[in-house]
Design a binder for this molecule. Structure first.
Ligand SMILES: [Cu+2]
Length: 644
């Protein structure tokens, strides 16, 4: 179903009033452009590296006060980076500053323009010749930014780190890397600064044309049909989505994808606040190989690449989401400051879970209610990797946040054809996934920023610890576990890791609102399978993705703290991020607080991950705790097929 809503929003303000939390519209992008041009801040050569909605004042939103529409802009003029905030309402510049220790993110044209200069360098030509590669039309080179400072030149110059792949004989170049050859390039002058050539390995030839593999019908795959013949059960009204007892706003952001706002549950007819804002904050994907070409692969995937191409990419109807889903378009900036429409960037649909929301069998009878879920989905594609990113709403007040990792693993070409023996330790930096092809060990970390507002903005954070208790003088029992509620007073007390020997529940609670049983109302953050970085804190790669040290953090609300590795992650000195903010050890008691969950996993690759990886899912839950007075889904319909 094509949704007119977003197109209508793009045509505003002629049609209706823009909500302060809506995405930037066409006319607003152009207002930003014209304001910067007229003021002299931008000229014909200025690159618009980033134009994002400046999030409106939370205080103004919560008190229904008028709030100006603003945009945060990063401009680049040669080597200079300028941060500006533009007031769209008044067409004035709120602030503008040249940054001395930060660099604008790489844009797409910048990244791909490296191919020509790299292939003209005689050292590169010689290195390619040494590998038998003389037809340079079949070699593709690009220069990527590095998020952290890996060379001193990055402090003063805009350095791209180049590498090349062979393109002939294949549709995609993943798995065709020209190993051991790396290039450092000044992206402003296009001067090649260094060519490093450390090892020659044959470019692998293992089949990677996955799309051309013939389809083989599987036995017993009869059609499964899902449809909603009476239309969806959700409503979308001026950017507000409502479904069953849920109500929230959604916008799509070029840097972080889906941004949820004003997430509420309707309880007995009254809207109750759960979360003011929720979105991915950052991604960190470090590789575990110190060799040339691999030693600086530690990607900060959202902040490092969103200007190259938007974090989220189009969805395919019938593959990513059902045909009957609602698909949303998005309007993002180009590097000349003009808006560009991207279609099918998010989808919304209901699905039957084919499981009961609850059930009980008694006296030969089965009592229960069937369950369903509302899913808001996007797909991020960053180079080789694809991440399906879900916000899943359950009727019982739970939100499941899930990420499905798929796409193509990064591989290293090796001189050796296959592992020398039958052990799994043939190489300590990866596993062979095809001949001459090692899938390098790596991690994936996702930082989710969760501005929880449980029944209001002022919340406290409680650890509901479970501790063993010795039972004395009782022949029937020697031990039990009991709960020990502990309030986290400051940020350091809320830096948390999963420890199976010291379990605890992590809860945002409102000390001022008592539930029907007299407990403060609360929402729990329930971790799923996750991971913690094993790199040392003095490793510069770890410093830029340092949020991966822990699974959870709580900070007092600060409008400027949105991205866990900081705003600027191109050649960054890594001094502005979540782990820096929490050093202040600010109070988090009974105030507006924000949770930061790290969803992570270590990835040891396997044959089954090649040439394209089966989707692997990880998730965590945000679920009510003493928020409702009883099971909130007792009243679900007995059949899913009832008319509302
Ligand atoms: Cu992986």
């Amino acid at each position: 179903m094509r949704l007119l809503y977003f197109l209508l929003v793009f045509c505003l303000p002629l049609v209706a009033q823009i909500h302060p939390l809506d995405s930037l519209t066409t006319s607003e992008f152009w207002a930003v452009y014209e304001t910067l041009q007229k003021s002299g801040q931008a000229d014909a050569d200025t690159v618009f590296s980033s134009v994002l909605l400046h999030p409106p004042s939370k205080q103004a939103i919560l008190t229904n006060q008028p709030v100006p529409r603003q945009a945060d802009v990063i401009l680049r003029k040669g080597n200079k980076t300028i941060a500006a905030t533009v007031n769209i309402t008044t067409k004035t510049i709120t602030s503008s500053q040249e940054l001395k220790d930060a660099q604008a993110p790489f844009t797409g044209s910048e990244l791909f323009s490296a191919d020509g200069p790299i292939k003209k360098d005689p050292r590169v030509i010689e290195a390619l010749k040494k590998r038998g590669l003389t037809d340079l039309r079949t070699v593709q080179c690009l220069a990527l930014p590095v998020a952290y400072r890996s060379t001193p030149e990055q402090a003063t110059q805009r350095i791209g780190f180049g590498s090349c792949s062979k393109t002939n004989g294949t549709l995609h170049t993943w798995g065709r890397s020209i190993e051991g050859l790396t290039i450092q390039m000044d992206m402003v002058t296009n001067k090649i600064l260094k060519v490093i050539d450390t090892e020659v390995a044959p470019v692998p030839t293992a089949d990677n044309n996955y799309e051309e593999i013939p389809e083989v019908p599987r036995p017993h795959t009869t059609p499964i049909s899902t449809s909603q013949p009476m239309g969806p059960g959700y409503k979308i009204d001026k950017g507000e989505i409502s479904w069953q007892n849920w109500q929230f706003r959604m916008r799509l952001d070029q840097r972080v994808g889906t941004v949820l706002n004003l997430v509420k549950v309707i309880d007995k007819g009254k809207p109750r606040s759960v979360m003011y804002e929720g979105h991915v904050s950052e991604l960190f994907v470090p590789y575990m190989d110190p060799a040339n070409g691999w030693n600086n692969r530690a990607f900060i995937d959202a902040g490092q690449f969103y200007a190259t191409s938007p974090f989220i990419k189009p969805l395919k109807i019938g593959l990513d989401c059902p045909a009957h889903a609602t698909y949303f378009d998005a309007l993002f900036s180009t590097d000349s400051g003009s808006p560009k429409l991207h279609t099918n960037m998010a989808c919304l649909f209901e699905r039957s879970l084919d499981t009961p929301a609850w059930r009980h069998g008694e006296d030969g009878q089965i009592y229960g209610r069937p369950n369903r879920q509302l899913i808001l989905r996007t797909a991020a594609v960053i180079g080789n990797y694809d991440y399906i990113m879900d916000w899943r709403f359950d009727p019982d007040g739970t939100i499941e946040v899930a990420v499905g990792a798929t796409g193509v693993i990064e591989t290293k070409a090796t001189a050796q054809k296959l592992p020398p023996d039958h052990s799994h330790n043939a190489t300590d930096t990866g596993q062979y996934v095809a001949e001459h092809t090692v899938g390098v060990n790596h991690d994936h970390y996702f930082s989710y920023r969760l501005d929880m507002d449980v029944d209001g903005a002022s919340n406290s954070f409680m650890l509901h610890k479970m501790v063993p208790k010795r039972i004395e003088n009782d022949p029937m029992r020697k031990s039990i576990w009991v709960t020990q509620p502990t309030m986290a007073a400051t940020e350091k007390e809320a830096i948390l890791d999963i420890d199976l020997a010291k379990p605890s529940m992590w809860m945002f609670m409102n000390p001022a609102v008592k539930g029907p049983l007299s407990y403060p109302t609360a929402y729990e953050i329930m971790p799923g399978a996750t991971a913690k970085s094993l790199m040392s804190p003095d490793d510069p790669t770890q410093q830029i993705g340092s949020f991966s040290e822990h699974q959870f953090y709580v900070t007092p609300y600060n409008a400027n703290e949105r991205y866990a590795s900081g705003v600027y992650v191109t050649s960054s000195p890594a001094k502005d991020g979540l782990t820096d903010w929490v050093k202040a050890n600010r109070s988090i008691a009974n105030t507006d607080i924000v949770g930061w969950y790290t969803l992570g996993f270590h990835h040891i690759t396997r044959a089954e991950d090649w040439p394209v990886m089966p989707a692997m899912w990880h998730s965590f839950l945000i679920r009510p705790f003493h928020f409702f007075d009883k099971n909130p889904v007792l009243d679900l319909p007995k059949s899913l097929n009832t008319k509302p």
